[in-house]
Design a protein. Structure first.
Length: 149
């Protein structure tokens, strides 16, 4: 799995503010290119969890809503591993498109969206054009702009 480079151009939608990772189906379908209208294979699930882990480690995302368990979990603090284990536990074997609405939701962290907005990003901006013409090297942009840990 470590061979998957999330900064490869084919995964650029994973970095699209808000829409790129809001639901698991955004990551599965729009980010990785799998069909969410059928149950995910074990490989697709592992890849999705790998992507989520990488995005957490880059400090790009946070859990916006815990799905059906939101009220119980909303004020708790979880490690990345605990969050991934939770997602894996609620992601039942035959889940497909509509099922993901009841699961976890993500948002992009403010440092990221604020920096993109300062460069002129809006909800009508062509994301691929913006990355190519305003950001350039997305990995370097993230490294240079994310807050220190």
């Amino acid at each position: 799995m470590d061979k998957l480079n999330i900064f490869d151009n084919k995964y650029i939608n994973l970095f699209l503010p808000n829409d790129g990772v809001e639901f698991l189906f955004n990551i599965i379908n729009d980010g990785l290119g799998y069909n969410v209208n059928k149950p995910s294979s074990l490989h697709e699930r592992e890849e999705t969890l790998f992507i989520i882990e990488k995005l957490f480690k880059l400090d790009l995302i946070y859990v916006f809503h815990w799905g059906e368990n939101h009220e119980k979990m909303k004020n708790e603090k979880f490690t990345i591993a605990e969050t991934l284990n939770y997602i894996n536990s609620i992601w039942f074997e035959k889940a497909y498109y509509p099922d993901y609405y009841g699961m976890v939701m993500f948002g992009h962290n403010k440092w990221y969206t604020n920096k993109l907005e300062s460069l002129g990003m809006t909800d009508r901006t062509d994301w691929k054009w913006f990355v190519k013409n305003k950001i350039g090297n997305l990995e370097k942009f993230i490294e240079d702009n994310r807050p220190p840990k």
